[in-house]
Design a protein around this ligand. Sequence first.
Ligand SMILES: Nc1nc2c(c(=O)[nH]1)N[C@H]1C(S)=C(S)[C@@H](COP(=O)(O)OP(=O)(O)OC[C@H]3O[C@@H](n4cnc5c(N)ncnc54)[C@H](O)[C@@H]3O)O[C@H]1N2
Ligand code: MOO
Length: 394
Amino acid sequence: MHPTLLPVAEAQTRLFALARPLSTETVPLAGAAGRWTAEAVDANRTQPDSDLSAMDGYAIRHADLPGPFALIGESAAGHAFSGTVGLGQTTRIFTGAAMPGGTDCVLVQEDAERQDLTIRLSGEGPPRVGSNVRPRGLDFSTGDALIEKGQRLTPAGLALAAIAGHATLPVARRLTVAIAATGDELAPPGTQDPGKLPETNGLMIAAMLRDLPVEIVDLGIIPDDLPTMTAAFAAVRADILVTTGGASVGDHDLVRPALSAAGGSIDFWRIALRPGKPMMAGRLGDAVVLGLPGNPVSAFVTAHLFLRPLIAAMSGATDPLPRPFPARLGEPIRANDHRQDYLRAELRDGLVFASTVQDSSMLRTLARANCLLVRDPHAAAGQIGDAVEILPIA
Ligand SMILES: Nc1nc2c(c(=O)[nH]1)N[C@H]1C(S)=C(S)[C@@H](COP(=O)(O)OP(=O)(O)OC[C@H]3O[C@@H](n4cnc5c(N)ncnc54)[C@H](O)[C@@H]3O)O[C@H]1N2
Ligand code: MOO
């Protein structure tokens, strides 16, 4: 008989509910990259703060065309012309420089000829008032709402915050993630011992978190021994404890008993998910515990669906879940059973092809995949060209 399996979306909601809010810190912009805004970012200045030239040329009054113009000075970026330009006059002007008083458009230098202090039109000239000028406030004005609370700070978002007058931003403090692999069969990568298996999951999961605001504590390999595992868990000081392996029902699957013995509690166990069914979540002291299955592909998929989103949610993200993208099937696919399926697949030219063998121990197909093909519980069989959803993973 099937045990009751929690739907994926419900498990994600329950997992986020296990987390307590993190305190915030105010950091220099460079340190805020890839973190989530703890407060909305509003403009502290107007951009541009005056009318600026968008081209190199001559600042003129459109009504004075076709000229000629008497050259009376220069306006460069950071060095505005201090006077006023009168009838039939012009100043040299460069990209990013303030428009002198009395001018309203820029004659690009390719359309002008200079002879001593006289500028003559040699091409078409600016077609209208405002040509080649960036008006004050083109991008935004003081007080405009620029970035909402809970948004991830992209490189462009950081540049926007800087040009809006900010040098620092408040973000959630960096959280600590302790990662433990469990299993007597495991040995560090490079092992040639017969009967030993190179440990993959700790390494893989740490690499999956590299773009997130976390400090990683590597707890290494914990053997399948209840007192040892209990002691290792009891000593953890972290915001999140991630384990892999020992999550299922075998006699050597000790993560749940060790967690209880260390004083922790399980909130849920077993998800209607493939791969990744035996995943569990709970708490241990101040930490949220995420017990991922040992099969490497199951660990990868559950880390993608639960661990990364948990870190995002704890760090203040409004939308912590990975965003699915639409694609079309490149080949027929069977009907699904009661578990939500995440098939290793390749997206090529908008068409998605799932690997034929989906055993959750096989890393070769995972390493080749660039997306997961999402199949809802009881999804009907699909034909070439049918609309599906994918999660990019590379
Ligand atoms: N009777 C049942 N047996 C199993 C069930 C079940 O429902 N009933 N579920 C199966 C599913 S689905 C999965 S997934 C696995 C996961 O079990 P565990 O989390 O207990 O994982 P282990 O048994 O410890 O390991 C599974 C597999 O993965 C290898 N492994 C584990 N950790 C690592 C690591 N860090 N690096 C590399 N490889 C690792 C391990 O050697 C095993 O081969 O349970 C099924 N069984
Ligand atoms: O859920 Mo297990 O992860 O199917 O292999």
